[in-house]
Structure formats: structure tokens, C-alpha cells
Design a protein around this ligand. Structure first.
Ligand code: CA
Length: 229
């Protein structure tokens, strides 16, 4: 799925682009309103910073909306609530405020794509998330494939993988994982977590590495293996 990223702050744009790519999005980055309007696509969603050097982001939002139904998520550094309201009135589908985390942006993109699927057909948005060259996780269908072949996972194995893969490279504490995947505040030993991690390591060898950080938790690292997508 293609994302049009309109953002003049290079460091924000670079890290967002890197992060979105890890989740399998193709990112077209432009840094001015003029370039955003000149870009002909295709793209399935727009991430639009309101503070642009050459134009008011709100005007760009309106111009993009006048052209079609592609979902627009406004990125605002402005604390002013009025900008968000005006943005939504001008046709933006959602907004995130700076500073924001990658996960929040991904969640917003998925949410607007779900909401707008009837008008965008959503074929790409509904598809699986790709990690590296071989692994895909289809969160809607709860299916995991390696090189196209389905990997049978127990329900908790799937939930654990989906959770760790939300933010590859990030260190997740055992407590956080237990809370998110087992729905429990866990103060005792978390042996069941180690058992599930071991199963995932075995089943997904070569595609991802699940690193243990002693006394803290785990992080999932995507094994890129040659070409990345
Ligand atoms: Ca800006």
C-alpha cells in the first residue's frame, strides 16, 4: 500500500518512512504542499503535516479532498484544537499530534483504511503485513505465512507474534507482553511466555529472531536475508 507523506521536517519524515517501510508500506515523501498536489500517485492514504513551508496544510487538505476520496490523516504540531477541527471539517479523516509514536500512526492508518474500505476497496489495506522477504502476518485472518506457506500457530503464539511484530526491534518487557497477550497482570514466573517464544523461534527460524534480554523481556528482529522489500 502506498502512503503519500507530506512533511517538511526531514528527521520526522525519515524516521516515519523507515518505520512505515518496516510495516510493508511504500512511502512517497514530499516536503511541500506544491509537491503534494503535483504528485499523481497512486497512493492509498495521505499523511499530511499542517505546517508546510509553502502553503497552509489546511489548504492542501482541502485541495486533496476536493480531488477525491483518498483518506487523509493530518499531522499537527500545533497544539491548537481549532486546527484539528478545521482539518476534519475540510475532509481529513483523522489526525495525530506531534510528538507521536510509530504505533500510533500505524493504528490510525489501519483505522481509517478500515473505515474507508468501501470507497477505496481496501484490497491492499486488508492484506497481510509483510516483514522482511519471507514472513507475512495477516492480522484480520490471524494467519502467518512463510514464503507463502501457512505456518500453523496456536492462538497465543499468534497473539504473541502479532504483538512483538507491532514494533520490530523494540524491547518489550515480560510484564507488558503478559498483559497484552495473556490479558493478565503477572507477578509470578512467566514460564508460559518462554514456552511460546521457543515455539515461535522454532516455527519462524530464518525469518525472525526473537532476542531475549535477561531480566527484562524480548525483542523481535526481522531477518532481512538479502533483499528487503
Ligand atoms: Ca512542518
Amino acid at each position: 500500500m502506498h502512503v503519500l507523506l507530506v512533511e517538511d521536517d526531514e528527521s520526522v519524515a525519515q524516521s516515519l518512512r523507515r518505520g512505515l517501510r518496516r510495516y510493508g508500506f511504500e512511502v512517497e515523501w514530499v516536503s511541500t504542499g506544491g509537491a503534494a498536489l503535483a504528485y499523481e500517485g497512486p497512493y492509498a492514504v495521505v499523511l499530511l503535516d499542517l505546517g508546510l513551508p509553502d502553503a497552509d496544510g489546511l489548504d492542501i487538505c482541502k485541495a486533496l479532498r476536493d480531488r477525491g476520496d483518498v483518506p487523509i490523516i493530518v499531522i499537527s504540531a500545533r497544539s491548537d484544537e481549532a486546527d484539528r477541527v478545521v482539518g476534519l471539517e475540510l475532509g481529513a479523516d483523522d489526525y495525530v499530534s506531534k510528538p507521536f509514536g510509530l504505533r500510533e500512526v500505524i493504528a490510525r492508518i489501519r483505522a481509517v483504511m478500515r473505515r474507508t474500505q468501501p470507497r477505496t476497496l481496501g484490497a491492499a489495506a486488508a492484506g497481510p503485513d509483510r516483514y522482511g522477504t519471507s514472513l507475512t502476518i495477516d492480522r484480520r485472518a490471524a494467519r502467518v505465512r512463510l514464503d507463502g506457506a501457512e505456518v500453523p500457530l496456536a492462538p497465543k503464539e499468534f497473539s504473541l507474534l502479532a504483538f512483538l511484530a507491532e514494533d520490530p526491534g523494540a524491547l518489550m518487557s515480560r510484564e507488558h507482553i503478559m498483559e497484552a497477550v495473556w490479558d493478565a497482570n503477572w507477578f509470578g514466573p512467566t514460564k508460559t511466555l518462554d514456552v511460546h517464544v521457543a515455539a515461535l523461534r522454532r516455527k519462524l527460524a530464518g525469518a525472525v529472531t526473537i532476542e531475549a534480554v535477561r531480566g527484562v523481556g524480548f525483542r523481535l528482529v526481522v531477518d532481512e536475508g538479502g533483499n528487503s522489500t
